[in-house]
Design a protein around this ligand. Structure first.
Ligand code: BGC
Length: 359
């Protein structure tokens, strides 16, 4: 009798262990931004279709939770970890732990910094995202007009992408700040560095420190309002706003729209969030950058499968993470405005037309 129950218990344990086996674990930064819900949804569908057992976890803005998530996936026997770090450098410890457990580490969208324990980086071309903002804003400047008011906002300095986006924007905007086409109204450090094309990471960090939104809507709103309060009427009128993503762009746009001294504004964004596509249709946000998450998820799964079968994922370039050059194959991005929103967002099947009014 005792023996039988022991066998039953052992079988049950075995079944539990089998049920818990996770081949690919995905850890995303937060549920509180639509961007990462997009990734979650698209991952779940694609992993299921690929027949890969998986689990998607959220870190809710906490590097400690992120580490616990990674540890729980290691316990479940995960073979490949897809990690989008909350904080690039803080995530190094979790990546190291995964590496020690023999897990392949794929850095997803955001680069895990300051560790050699990153096997691959799946990403969009983030420098091009920033360059797209710069090009868009520049295209709205009347030919030859100098002294246009420029407001710069950036992402969280704990996110390596904030630097890449800014780098791309600076590449395009800096020569036009240097020649007086734009005057930066909300960053004394950007003004001080206006003649310098290639900024060091510390110089970038200085400007990001002044202009950061922390990827947070209310921080973005508060900073925009504070900037508007300290800017005189003569430096408003038509304004050009380099905003780092859709969530913060809507918050900043609302603040600028509410200022009676702002007669017209152009504002950038990224992620093609549903709410921002509606803002674009309504003329409240000028552009967004569509980063097709379906492609990113596909690339991540292809890389994960390569690792599962002992192969090496395709590489077209590398990104230095402060410790090593991480192999990567960045994905192209698309600028979306009112003019091409139908084609790029609706006709491409990214979002259904029924999500919007006034198309
Ligand atoms: C991502 C953006 C996102 C931002 C805030 C960045 O690392 O690339 O798509 O909007 O983080 O979450």
């Amino acid at each position: 009798m005792k023996r039988i129950s022991l066998i039953v218990a052992a079988l049950a344990l075995g079944a539990a262990a089998f049920a818990q086996q996770v081949q690919v674990g995905v850890v995303l930064p937060t549920k509180d931004e639509p961007r990462w819900i997009q990734d979650q949804t698209r991952f779940q569908t694609a992993l299921q279709n690929a027949g890969i057992s998986s689990e998607v976890l959220f870190s809710q803005g906490s590097s400690a939770t992120e580490k616990t998530n990674v540890e729980s996936l290691i316990t479940k026997g995960v073979k490949v970890l897809v990690l989008c770090p909350q904080d690039g450098s803080a995530a190094a410890a979790a990546a190291d732990e995964a590496r020690q457990a023999g897990v392949k580490v794929i850095s997803y969208d955001r680069l895990i910094r300051d560790t050699a324990a990153v096997d691959y980086y799946v990403t969009f071309d983030s420098v091009q995202v920033g360059a797209a903002w710069g090009k868009y804003l520049l295209s709205k400047v009347p030919a030859g007009k100098k002294g246009n008011n420029l407001f710069i906002y950036t992402g969280a300095s704990s996110d390596n992408n904030a630097f890449l986006f800014f780098q791309g924007a600076w590449q395009v905007l800096q020569p036009k700040i240097a020649d007086g086409t734009f005057i930066v109204r909300n960053s004394s450090r950007a003004v001080a560095l206006k003649n310098k094309a290639n900024l060091t990471r510390d110089e970038q960090a200085g400007i990001i420190g002044q202009t950061t939104t922390n990827w947070n809507f209310s921080d973005a709103k508060n900073k925009a309002e504070a900037n508007l309060t300290s800017t005189g009427k003569s430096d408003k009128g038509t304004v050009f706003i380099c905003a780092p993503n859709d969530g913060t762009a809507r918050a900043i746009a609302d603040a600028f729209a509410a200022d009676k001294d702002v007669t017209k504004y152009y504002i950038t964004g990224q992620d093609a969030e549903i709410a921002s596509i509606q803002y674009i249709i309504d003329g409240k946000q000028s552009m967004t950058v569509l980063k097709d998450v379906r492609t990113l998820v596909k690339d991540a799964i292809a890389a994960a499968e390569d690792f599962l079968y002992g192969k090496t994922p395709e590489q077209t370039t590398t990104y230095n993470n402060g410790a090593i050059n991480v192999p990567a194959k960045p994905t192209a991005i698309v600028t979306v405005t009112k003019d091409n929103v139908q084609k790029e967002v609706i006709d491409s099947g990214y979002w259904p037309a029924s999500d919007f009014t006034g198309l």
